[in-house]
Design a protein around this ligand. Structure first.
Ligand code: NOJ
Length: 553
């Protein structure tokens, strides 16, 4: 067993997408008051920690990932005092609180960027960001051919000076409202270490690091030579000029020292979209970050072979690093897994809407697979992440009215990609209330910032609570049993099984998942603890179902 200080080794962390979790003040937008109201729900669900998406003041060009002040709270979401109260109340319930830090870029409204724009080229103010002269005689061409992850060029030009000198260009790997910091500048490094301390002093238990693989850029800023930009480096392994450069590791060594300065030490989880488990473990060396999201697992199709392969590579590499594995099925950037699994499954990894739109979806099938996927994920060794609403079995809302879409991807893709709003729709709490009970007083009938589909009425938390066939009760039961069966040292070992059956033990407990078209027998010598579907009349595990078992005594 690990010590309590190493809680992150097998914690189940619930991702709170603040704007859509629960509206505590009746304006249609989720807030801190809403989280505080629902802490008992999270404690009852049985998770160990919450990770809250950015809650800092922000013009919301990218839903809060454009931060204008790293040491305060966005007024839409509440106040710093409310944040302090939330952290204390969560701790009283035994829940850890992880925040989201956005170090690759700030908002263009951040005081530093405003000062940079006002200052002259070559000034210390400009040196905190990536300002460069344009190309061409009149500097009207961007400094290189890099593209924004959200579409369009990755450079924006400032207006010309009064004397006609062309304005400099600044780099924004995401939206133009998100200028990239220059991490070669010691001032930037010192500032972020100070921001970490600010929140650690308040009692925050850790940070999720946004775009952890993107902070360092090749100083030569070479052309990319490609027409497309994703969040990953080149598939063929060539060095990429701004993803996963070796220089990022030194930054995290500094951050680890800050986290280790606290008692108990604080923890980090990296959002690092890198190409392989081998590249990922480099972030997890003992003097760097504690954990990282496992996007290979998230992106795997619902197929035994692919899942087995990712589990194997994850376990092999995390063991090498001495870091715990992590598992995740959904988050605020990807298509909800009910909807991914509702499609005919390919063989390639996929998580973005573009890979799924237009393909027929069988949500009943997706839900059934999601139930099995939950048991599989929660039985694997290491930590796991639950994205809000997956415990209710929510699906991706793929037909939101386009005039309500807020994700910058929609506009920047020339209105061809609807982006990520479909997984960010406000949670349904109460079936028979306006807005499915999303909003609280003074206006409980406030319209949620994105409309919920009618079909979610049947998925409201109050409908599912106490219904033992529901997704919510499956998650509650799983999180309860996980504590006895699958936490701690229960060594992982594959059980001999046919190709379409995933089966493994962890000490005396076992997990079995049936990907085959026909029911399968449970392994001898085990008793059933929990199953995602009822067993067949002759006690077999049906297709697309999972079971947890314990060795008979
Ligand atoms: C990753 C975040 O998860 C995503 O929502 C955001 O748009 C980008 N980073 C940019 O900060």
């Amino acid at each position: 067993m690990h010590s309590d200080q190493q809680w992150w080794r097998d914690a189940v962390t619930y991702q709170v997408y603040l704007r859509s979790f629960r509206d505590g003040d009746g304006d249609g937008i989720g807030d801190i008051a809403g989280i505080r109201e629902r802490l008992p729900y999270l404690a009852e669900l049985g998770v160990d920690a919450l990770w809250i998406n950015p809650w800092y003041p922000s013009p919301m060009a990218d839903a809060g990932y454009d931060v204008s002040d790293y040491r305060d709270i966005e007024p839409l979401f509440g106040t710093l005092d409310e944040a302090r109260a939330l952290i204390d109340e969560a701790h009283e319930l035994g829940l850890r609180v992880v925040l989201d830090i956005v170090p690759n870029h700030s908002s263009d409204q951040h005081a530093w960027f405003q000062a940079a724009v006002a200052a002259a080229p070559g000034s210390p103010e400009r040196a905190r960001y990536m300002f460069r002269k344009g190309r061409g005689d009149d500097q009207s061409e961007p400094p290189n051919d890099w593209l924004s992850v959200f579409g369009g060029p990755a450079w924006e030009q400032l207006p010309a000076a009064a004397d006609g000198t062309p304005g400099e260009w600044y780099l924004h790997i995401f939206a133009p409202e998100q200028p990239d910091f220059d991490w070669t500048n010691p001032e930037v490094r010192a500032e972020f270490e100070s921001i970490l301390r600010f929140w650690f002093d308040i009692g925050v238990d850790g940070f999720r690091i946004d775009v952890a693989h993107g902070l360092v850029k090749d100083p030569a800023l070479p052309d990319l030579g490609e027409q497309h930009e994703g969040i990953l480096q080149h598939a063929d392994g060539r060095n990429h000029p701004h993803w996963d450069l070796d220089g990022v590791h030194e930054i995290y060594r500094g951050w680890r020292a800050v986290a280790d300065d606290y008692d108990p030490p604080r923890a980090f989880v990296a959002e690092a979209w890198v190409d392989s488990a081998e590249r990922l473990v480099r972030y997890l060396r003992p003097d760097e970050l504690h954990t990282a999201f496992n996007f290979e697992y998230l992106s795997a199709p619902w197929r035994a072979a692919q899942i087995r392969e990712v589990v194997d590579s994850t376990l092999a590499t995390s063991t090498l690093a001495g870091a715990p594995a992590t598992w995740v099925l959904s988050n605020h950037d990807v298509v909800r897994h009910v909807s991914r699994y509702a499609r005919e499954q390919g063989t390639e990894p996929a998580h973005a809407l573009a890979s799924f739109v237009g393909k027929p979806a069988d949500l009943e099938l997706g839900t059934r697979r999601a139930r099995a996927a939950a048991l599989l994920m929660l039985a694997l060794p290491g930590g796991a992440y639950i994205y809000q609403g997956e415990e209710l079995g929510l699906w991706e809302v793929e037909d939101l009215p386009v005039d309500l879409l807020e994700d910058p991807v929609w506009e920047r893709s020339g209105r061809t990609d609807r982006g990520r709003d479909g997984c960010r729709v406000p949670l349904p709490w109460v079936a028979d209330s306006p807005g499915l009970g999303f909003a609280g007083e003074p206006d409980a009938s406030a319209t949620p910032w994105l409309p919920q589909p009618g079909g979610w009425r049947a998925l409201a938390a109050d409908v599912q609570a106490g219904d033992f066939g529901s997704m919510l009760e499956l998650y509650r039961a799983a999180l309860r049993h996980r504590r006895e069966l699958f936490t701690g040292n229960g060594e992982f070992a594959w059980l001999d099984s046919p190709t379409e059956i995933i089966a493994f033990t962890r000490g005396d407990a076992a997990c079995l998942v049936n990907f085959d078209g026909t029911p399968t027998a449970l392994p001898p010598g085990f008793e059933l603890v929990l199953a995602s579907e009822a067993l067949t009349a002759d006690a077999q595990l049906p297709t697309d179902a999972a079971a947890w078992l314990v060795r008979s005594s």
